[in-house]
Design a protein around this ligand. Structure first.
Ligand SMILES: Cc1cc2nc3c(=O)[nH]c(=O)nc-3n(C[C@H](O)[C@H](O)[C@H](O)COP(=O)(O)OP(=O)(O)OC[C@H]3O[C@@H](n4cnc5c(N)ncnc54)[C@H](O)[C@@H]3O)c2cc1C
Length: 455
C-alpha cells in the first residue's frame, strides 16, 4: 500500500459514497460467521452504480489498497468480513431490477435481496428457484459470489444454473460483460461460470442476467420422524434412487429441540431425526410421488410419517428447517460447517460427524440439504470459554477431513472464505491449487481483491 491517504478516495467519489465514520466501519466488520479474526475496515464504500465501483477499484489498484466486496453480510465463511487497511465495497445501494417476461430473464443489480428477485418475478407468473434459507437477508451478488444453494436445489439446481450473464469489474477497474440473455451460448471460455462462486477474489459483480422459469404449483409436504439417524439417512438414499423431490431436508434431534425452544414450534423432541420432503410435480404425479416417498420412509422403521394437510402446514415445517441456524445461534456461539458427499455416503458422513462431536465432548448438531448430500454440522460453544473455541475449531477441521476422506467437499454452498481456507489444499491437491493460484494471479496480479479469502 502506498502512503496516499484514503481521504483522496473520499475526494474522488464523495463522502456520501465513502464513509470513514468509526460507527459505520464497525458495522461492516463482521459477516454472519462472526470470525474472531474480523477486523475494522479502513473505509466503507457504498457505490450507487458500476461507474463508481470502477472508480473505487481503480483508486485501490493504483494505491495497492485491498478491497473486500460485500453483499448483505449473511455469509457463513467470513468472506465479507472486514480487513484492516482494506476498503469494504458494499453493494447495498445497487438494487435495480428489470424483468423481461417474454425472455424469462431478470437483469439485476447485485444488492437486491434474493427474496426481492423472487417477488419481482412472481408479478409476471415467473420464479427464480435458488432459495438459500437466508433468502430474505442475502443479496443476489452474494449468492452469485458463493454459488449459493438452498432447499429446492435438490430438484432445481444451484445459483450457477440460473446465471446467464454477468458484468464484472476487474482488479484494474475494467468492466467486462460476460454471457448474455440467451439461454445457450458456447462462445469462448465459460467465464460466467468462473466468476460464479469466486467469492469476490476475481472481480466484483455489478449486474447479473438471471434465468427465470414459470412459477411452480403449490408443493405437497411429507414429514417423517425416526428414532435413528441411520434409518433417516438411509431413507434419503433410497428416495433419491427413484425420485427427484422438490425438497429433502434433514434435522437431527438437537436441531429440532433448538427450533422448538426458539420459535415455540411443537415438533417431536424425542425423535432422533426428522425428514421434510416435498413434491411440486403437477397432479396426479405429485400425489404419486408423495405416496411413493411415504412408502419408502415406512420401510425404514419411522416413528411416524405424515402428509401435511395443505401448503400452510408444509410451509410451517420448511420454516422450522430454515430457523435452525438462528435457533442454534441463540444457544451460544456457532461454528457453521458445510460439508458434502455423494448421496449414498450420507449415512457415513452424518454418523462420523456425531462420533467426532462425542469424542471431543462438543455440542455438534446436524441439519442438511440431505437430498444433495450437503450437511450442516453446527458446533455450538460458549464464547467466553477460550478453550471451547479451540476445541470447536478442532472439531470443525476433523469434520472437513472426514468429508475429504469420503471423497466429498469441505463446502457444499457457503464457500471457502477465510474459515476453510487452510483446508482447501487438502481437498484440491497441489496441482489444482497451483492452477487456482495462476488464475488468481492472472486476474488480480497485485492481490487486491479479497485477500485471504479462498487462496
Ligand atoms: C440463517 C442463514 C441461513 C443460510 N442458509 C443458506 C443456504 O441455505 N444456502 C446457502 O448457500 N447459504 C446459506 N447461508 C449463507 C449466506 O446467506 C449465503 O452464502 C449468501 O449467498 C451470502 O449472500 P450475502 O449477500 O449475504 O453475501 P456476503 O456475506 O456479503 O458475501 C459473501 C461472499 O460474496 C462476496 N460478494 C458479495 N457480493 C459480491 C459482489 N457483488 N461481487 C463479488 N463478490 C461479492 C463477498 O466478498 C464474500 O466473499 C445462510 C446464512 C444464514 C445467516
Amino acid at each position: 500500500m502506498t502512503d496516499v491517504p484514503v481521504s483522496t478516495l473520499v475526494e474522488l467519489v464523495g463522502a456520501d459514497v465513502v464513509s470513514l465514520d468509526p460507527d459505520v466501519l464497525e458495522r461492516y466488520r463482521w459477516d454472519n460467521a462472526e470470525e474472531s479474526g474480523a477486523q475494522t475496515p479502513l473505509a466503507v464504500a457504498r457505490p450507487r452504480d458500476a461507474a463508481q465501483v470502477q472508480e473505487i477499484v481503480r483508486w485501490a489498484n493504483r494505491n495497492r489498497v485491498p478491497v473486500v466486496p460485500r453483499g448483505a453480510g449473511s455469509g457463513l465463511s467470513g468472506g465479507a468480513e472486514g480487513l484492516g487497511g482494506a476498503i469494504t465495497i458494499s453493494m447495498e445501494r445497487m438494487r435495480a431490477i428489470q424483468i423481461d417476461p417474454r425472455a424469462h430473464t431478470a437483469t439485476v443489480e447485485p444488492g437486491l435481496f434474493n427474496a426481492e428477485v423472487k417477488a419481482a418475478a412472481a408479478e409476471y407468473g415467473l420464479w427464480y428457484p435458488p432459495d438459500p434459507s437466508s433468502f430474505e437477508i442475502c443479496s443476489i451478488g452474494g449468492n452469485i459470489a458463493t454459488n449459493a444453494g438452498g432447499l429446492c436445489c435438490v430438484k432445481y439446481g444451484v445459483t450457477t444454473d440460473y446465471v446467464l450473464g454477468l458484468d464484472v469489474v476487474l482488479a484494474d477497474g475494467t468492466l467486462v460483460r460476460l454471457g448474455g440473455p440467451q439461454i445457450k451460448d458456447t462462445a469462448g471460455l465459460s467465464l460466467v461460470k468462473l466468476f460464479v462462486g469466486s467469492e469476490g477474489t476475481l472481480g466484483i459483480v455489478t449486474r447479473a442476467i438471471l434465468r427465470l422459469v414459470p412459477a411452480r404449483g403449490e408443493p405437497s409436504t411429507l414429514v417423517a420422524t425416526f428414532d435413528s439417524v441411520e434409518n433417516a439417512t438411509e431413507a434419503v438414499v433410497a428416495i433419491r434412487q427413484v425420485i427427484r423431490p422438490a425438497m429433502l431436508e434433514f434435522m437431527d434431534r438437537a436441531s429440532t429441540c433448538a427450533v422448538c425452544d426458539y420459535s415455540g414450534e411443537d415438533l417431536d423432541r424425542d425423535a432422533a431425526a426428522m425428514l421434510i420432503i416435498q413434491s411440486d410435480a403437477p397432479e396426479p404425479v405429485r400425489s404419486q410421488e408423495i405416496a411413493r416417498m411415504d412408502e419408502i420412509c415406512r420401510t425404514h422403521a419411522p416413528i411416524m410419517t405424515r402428509v401435511c394437510s395443505g401448503a400452510e402446514e408444509g410451509e410451517r415445517y420448511a420454516a422450522a428447517r430454515r430457523a435452525v441456524f438462528p435457533a442454534l445461534g441463540a444457544r451460544g456461539k456457532l461454528m457453521y460447517g458445510d460439508v458434502g458427499v455423494q448421496i449414498p455416503l450420507l449415512p457415513r458422513l452424518v454418523n462420523g460427524i456425531t462420533e467426532i462431536g462425542e469424542r471431543h465432548g462438543m455440542d455438534v448438531s446436524v441439519c442438511a440439504h440431505a437430498g444433495d448430500g450437503n450437511t450442516h454440522p453446527n458446533v455450538v460453544f460458549d464464547a467466553d470459554d477460550p478453550d471451547a473455541e479451540e476445541r470447536a475449531t478442532t472439531v470443525f477441521h476433523e469434520i472437513m477431513d472426514l468429508a475429504i476422506s469420503l471423497g466429498g467437499t469441505i463446502t457444499g454452498e457457503h464457500g471457502v472464505g477465510r474459515a476453510k481456507r487452510d483446508s482447501l489444499p487438502d481437498q484440491l491437491g497441489p496441482d489444482v491449487m497451483l492452477l487456482t493460484r495462476r488464475i488468481k494471479d492472472a486476474l488480480d496480479p497485485d492481490g487486491i481483491l479479497n485477500p485471504g479469502v479462498m487462496i
